[in-house]
Design a protein around this ligand. Structure first.
Ligand code: NDP
Length: 400
């Protein structure tokens, strides 16, 4: 029985709190802390019969974080605030001797760089303190890493190519809105595309490569666009037989039209500009005027389908396997007051926490998800609402 400290009271934080409260056999006590305490209190009030402690913290401030951890004495910090806070929270965990888990890799505020080297540099310090940090325990990164590990372990003798495909086949009915933090989402989508091919990264313009993919379970064909995504970096390092790795995401024509205009007029810039005597970052201003992703929950209908097509060799012959999950927005909302994007991130964060706290996954150091046995994780993930589907060698696996 463990105590957990959750940082971040956004869409993902809400799901994490709901799911930890459901898993009473693991979580003895839950504290939710964030920059705005009122948001923590609102989430805590949604959950009957469970006492959730709440607190205010600026997680950019290592001392403030460390003071909170010393006061709360958790067994694990689940960080679901923003990627900017990864390093300060890791520092605070080291200072106080507590394990760490997050769902997105560190990004400096002034450049949209999605790289693990800042966090991997903490490996020796965590190892020497006997502490564990689990990086990227969301869906993508997160479950997609675990699916890739499963493909390599169970379905292929040698894994050679992966296509990670993320579809939101749902709609919120708004002219333009992002499904998670708009600033983080738009930084990611507008960054140059990189994919892995024959031992190096190939850079192409953002969203310049378009294909269509026939999604299963009646979702049907949708356009997918190639972009960079952080899990490819750890996957090609930890599974070095992968010769080609690509990441694809669906975008509606309407989303792309709005994004193009916003980019053209400079609203997605992340460098400060002078406005009425003060400096503002256009993308941060845009975030302030866009719908809060949390408000989309009751409006969003349809499903997500996120998975990995892995190709390689099995018994001397070429083989492919598609491992995926389908999640329904309205079902997720009924359970946790959040749509499927937050749900598919928050549930794997809790499952990662359960793996660490029950010692099914535990070793000192800084680790990515594919470095552990996929089976216990996926078993618990399924029982907590995100079942895994596997299709071997079907015709619709081809990207056309
Ligand atoms: P939100 O913007 O909805 O929530 C972020 C929360 O963090 C807010 O409550 C915010 O507080 C809080 N916060 C921000 N800065 C600080 C700070 N300095 N100190 C304390 N709290 C702070 O984001 P989401 O819930 O949508 O996303 C959370 C995380 O999940 C992000 O890192 C995102 O990248 C990641 N993610 C990962 C995915 C995956 O599959 N791996 C998919 C989707 C998201 P306030 O309300 O006061 O601003």
């Amino acid at each position: 029985m463990s105590k957990v400290l959750i940082i971040g009271a956004g869409g993902v934080g809400r799901v994490v709190v709901h799911k930890c409260a459901q898993a009473k056999e693991v979580f003895r006590a839950i504290t939710l802390a964030s920059r705005t305490k009122a948001k923590c209190d609102a989430i805590a009030a949604e959950i009957p019969h469970t006492f959730i402690e709440t607190a205010q913290v600026d997680a950019d401030n290592v001392n403030e974080m460390a003071t909170l951890i010393r006061w709360e004495q958790p067994d694990l910090v689940i960080h679901v605030a923003l990627p900017y806070q990864d390093l300060s929270i890791m520092e605070a965990c080291l200072a106080t001797g507590v394990d760490y888990l997050d769902t997105a890799n560190y990004e400096p505020r002034d450049t949209a760089k999605f790289e693990y080297h800042w966090q991997w540099a903490y490996h020796e310090r965590f190892r020497d303190r006997g502490l564990m940090a689990l990086l990227g325990s969301g869906f993508d990164p997160g479950v997609t890493n675990v699916y890739t590990a499963l493909a390599a372990q169970k379905y292929l003798d040698e894994i050679q190519e992966i296509d990670i495909i993320d579809a939101n086949a749902g709609s919120h009915g708004q002219p333009f809105a992002t499904n998670f933090n708009p600033e983080i989402n738009i930084r990611e989508v507008t960054a140059p595309c990189r994919h892995w091919e024959d031992g190096h990264w190939v850079e192409t313009p953002p969203l310049a490569t378009k294909r269509s993919f026939d999604f299963p379970d009646g979702i049907g064909s949708m356009n997918i666009y190639r972009m960079y995504h952080e899990e490819m970096e750890s996957l090609v390092k930890n599974l070095p037989t992968i010769r080609k790795a690509q990441f694809w995401m669906t975008f509606s024509d309407n989303y792309l039209k709005h994004l193009e205009v916003l980019q053209n007029v400079g609203m997605t810039r992340i460098d400060p500009v002078e406005f009425q005597g003060r400096k503002i970052v256009p993308l941060q201003f845009l975030k302030a005027v866009l719908p809060d992703p949390g408000s989309l929950g009751p409006l969003t209908k349809g499903r997500t389908c996120i998975g990995v097509v892995a190709k390689g060799i099995r018994h001397g012959r070429e083989k492919q396997v598609y491992i995926y999950n389908i999640c329904d927005h309205e079902t997720a909302f009924r359970e946790t007051n959040s749509q499927a994007i937050s749900y598919t991130t928050g549930v794997p964060a809790v499952v990662g926490a359960i793996m660490m706290l029950t010692r099914k996954w535990h070793k000192p150091g800084v680790w990515n998800m594919e470095q552990f046995d996929p089976e216990p994780f996926l078993k618990t993930l399924g029982s907590m609402g995100l079942p895994t589907q596997v299709a071997e060698g079907s015709a619709w696996l081809n990207l056309t």
